[in-house]
Design a protein around this ligand. Sequence first.
Ligand SMILES: *[C@@H]1O[C@H](CO)[C@@H](O)[C@H](O)[C@H]1NC(C)=O
Ligand SMILES: *[C@@H]1O[C@H](CO)[C@@H](O)[C@H](O)[C@H]1NC(C)=O
Ligand SMILES: *[C@@H]1O[C@H](CO)[C@@H](O)[C@H](O)[C@H]1NC(C)=O
Ligand SMILES: *[C@@H]1O[C@H](CO)[C@@H](O)[C@H](O)[C@H]1NC(C)=O
Ligand SMILES: *[C@@H]1O[C@H](CO)[C@@H](O)[C@H](O)[C@H]1NC(C)=O
Ligand SMILES: *[C@@H]1O[C@H](CO)[C@@H](O)[C@H](O)[C@H]1NC(C)=O
Ligand SMILES: *[C@@H]1O[C@H](CO)[C@@H](O)[C@H](O)[C@H]1NC(C)=O
Ligand SMILES: *[C@@H]1O[C@H](CO)[C@@H](O)[C@H](O)[C@H]1NC(C)=O
Ligand SMILES: *[C@@H]1O[C@H](CO)[C@@H](O)[C@H](O)[C@H]1NC(C)=O
Ligand SMILES: *[C@@H]1O[C@H](CO)[C@@H](O)[C@H](O)[C@H]1NC(C)=O
Ligand SMILES: *[C@@H]1O[C@H](CO)[C@@H](O)[C@H](O)[C@H]1NC(C)=O
Ligand SMILES: *[C@@H]1O[C@H](CO)[C@@H](O)[C@H](O)[C@H]1NC(C)=O
Length: 435
Amino acid sequence: MYFSFAVALAAFPFLVGAVPVENSRRDVLSIPLSKRWLSQLDVPPLPSLPGTRRKMTFVLPVLFAEKGGSLTKCVLRKLRRGFEASERNIRKRHPLAPKHGRSDKRSVPGNVPLTDFNEFMWYGTIQVGTPSKEYSVSIDTGSANLLLFGSSCQSCQGHTVYSPLNSTTAKDVGPSVNITYPFGNVNGTMFADTVYVGGFEASNGTVIVATEIDTNLNSTNFGADGVLGMGFSGLSPFNALFNASTVLEKLVDGGQLPEPVFGLVLAESNSELIIGGRNSSRYKGDLVYTAVNGSTGYWQTRLDNITINGNDTQISTTEAIIDTGNSLILGDQISIANIYAAIPGSSRMNDSDLWTFPCNTNASASIVFNNTPFEIPPNIFSIGKAREDLCIGAFAEFPAGANDTGYWILGDVFLRNVYTEFDYGNARVGFAQLA
Ligand SMILES: *[C@@H]1O[C@H](CO)[C@@H](O)[C@H](O)[C@H]1NC(C)=O
Ligand SMILES: *[C@@H]1O[C@H](CO)[C@@H](O)[C@H](O)[C@H]1NC(C)=O
Ligand SMILES: *[C@@H]1O[C@H](CO)[C@@H](O)[C@H](O)[C@H]1NC(C)=O
Ligand SMILES: *[C@@H]1O[C@H](CO)[C@@H](O)[C@H](O)[C@H]1NC(C)=O
Ligand SMILES: *[C@@H]1O[C@H](CO)[C@@H](O)[C@H](O)[C@H]1NC(C)=O
Ligand SMILES: *[C@@H]1O[C@H](CO)[C@@H](O)[C@H](O)[C@H]1NC(C)=O
Ligand SMILES: *[C@@H]1O[C@H](CO)[C@@H](O)[C@H](O)[C@H]1NC(C)=O
Ligand SMILES: *[C@@H]1O[C@H](CO)[C@@H](O)[C@H](O)[C@H]1NC(C)=O
Ligand SMILES: *[C@@H]1O[C@H](CO)[C@@H](O)[C@H](O)[C@H]1NC(C)=O
Ligand SMILES: *[C@@H]1O[C@H](CO)[C@@H](O)[C@H](O)[C@H]1NC(C)=O
Ligand SMILES: *[C@@H]1O[C@H](CO)[C@@H](O)[C@H](O)[C@H]1NC(C)=O
Ligand SMILES: *[C@@H]1O[C@H](CO)[C@@H](O)[C@H](O)[C@H]1NC(C)=O
């Protein structure tokens, strides 16, 4: 089943460029994109200015109900499923995780099972406060604060909320702050409290407590109860202002982690955040490392090359930001055009930052790091169908024709195929084939 482009536009006029997807793997039709989002958002700032607010493209999934169901129902059902999974995760705590409230120096990594929300966001459970309370948080390598929804926040109802008054370890740190996330704005206040990730304790970790949120972050539209920023301090203006560190930095500086690394498996099943080490049973072969330039605040590294079906492509930059907060791979117009030039019959969609290609070409891409190609296989390279014979590709342009962004954003369509290690201690990222 697929809807024509015109039907989709008529039904959801704000979704220019969004097309329903025929999808045999899931019972919910989903499509990751809304033009409204892309056009509203500014081109990302060059990430060379620590302290600038993060304002990045984000691809919001739009759900289309199957069999005539309403859009809302569809979203709710998916959410409920997510919550059930999250509850399962809570009950199934890692046997090695210590009881909260006591520090424990273990020599093995902790793991946080992750649940995916429409394949656009992966979230897992952390604990915050004393006594500690559980929150499911989206793991975001492209931001650097822990965000929770405050109990006094009207627009946050439906989320599991945080009340500093209920935690004996909560400290009021600073005045009001505003964060511009790719998926919505937040007004909040800054606190510090004890945060547990995978059982490891970060004392006095910064918590931004939302007092007001955009509707895109409300409990209907946003499936997690917070965001755990795993980027570097420099990404957050508040960290510099208040000499605060990220939760990851607190864990590392506090000597909590056996090794100053974390890993992500964002796969079809058993997705997880592995903290303080690596889980070698989740990948094959050796990790292939490339250096990270942390001065930008992002997990920014260099790729060698991008190939399509084994053919080299001409790209204008090799700088690449690893960002779990983005669904797709974003590049400048010229590089994207060159990538699709390697797929006969591909063309840019009208009024869109997306490209289509003939489904029967079975296109796949490889991102080459340190002479090692990592494949985005055909089933992931195609993010959906624009027409029965026309597929939409995983590589999209930065919005508004930005030709000189100077970097790529490698989002989930890439990360879903690999085990990724974020090595804070050695300033590098490593990739390996999933086991
Ligand atoms: C890291 O990035 C900054 C800002 O873009 C740049 O000035 C610096 O030269 C880079 N360092 C390396 C080693 O590439
Ligand atoms: C705070 O504690 C009170 C009393 O135990 C409880 O009723 C309330 O739900 C708690 N609020 C939050 C946000 O945890
Ligand atoms: C930031 O948020 C506070 C309230 O939390 C508000 O008073 C202030 O005007 C906001 N600033 C901006 C630039 O949105
Ligand atoms: C934050 O506060 C500013 C100023 O009061 C307001 O304009 C803006 O809409 C608020 N943002 C959110 C997400 O509530
Ligand atoms: C969230 O916002 C949407 C509109 O985007 C609205 O339909 C929905 O009712 C809101 N949910 C809550 C819990 O406020
Ligand atoms: C900032 O915090 C670090 C520890 O996180 C501390 O070593 C340093 O002295 C602090 N700097 C200032 C100016 O307070
Ligand atoms: C806790 O962290 C805040 C920054 O988030 C800092 O201002 C404060 O000094 C820290 N307190 C302690 C006791 O380290
Ligand atoms: C590593 O992954 C395997 C397979 O998913 C799992 O059984 C094992 O518990 C994991 N080990 C750790 C330390 O998380
Ligand atoms: C990209 O790969 C091709 C061959 O696959 C090679 O000729 C070219 O030098 C590579 N470019 C870079 C920047 O590594
Ligand atoms: C590279 O592209 C050419 C034509 O564009 C095609 O004939 C060839 O099969 C491609 N190479 C691979 C390995 O797919
Ligand atoms: C895109 O626009 C061109 C020219 O305006 C038109 O011929 C073509 O049919 C359009 N394509 C689609 C898929 O709407
Ligand atoms: C970006 O490059 C494309 C292709 O060369 C060109 O059509 C477009 O006008 C350029 N956009 C800007 C903003 O320079």
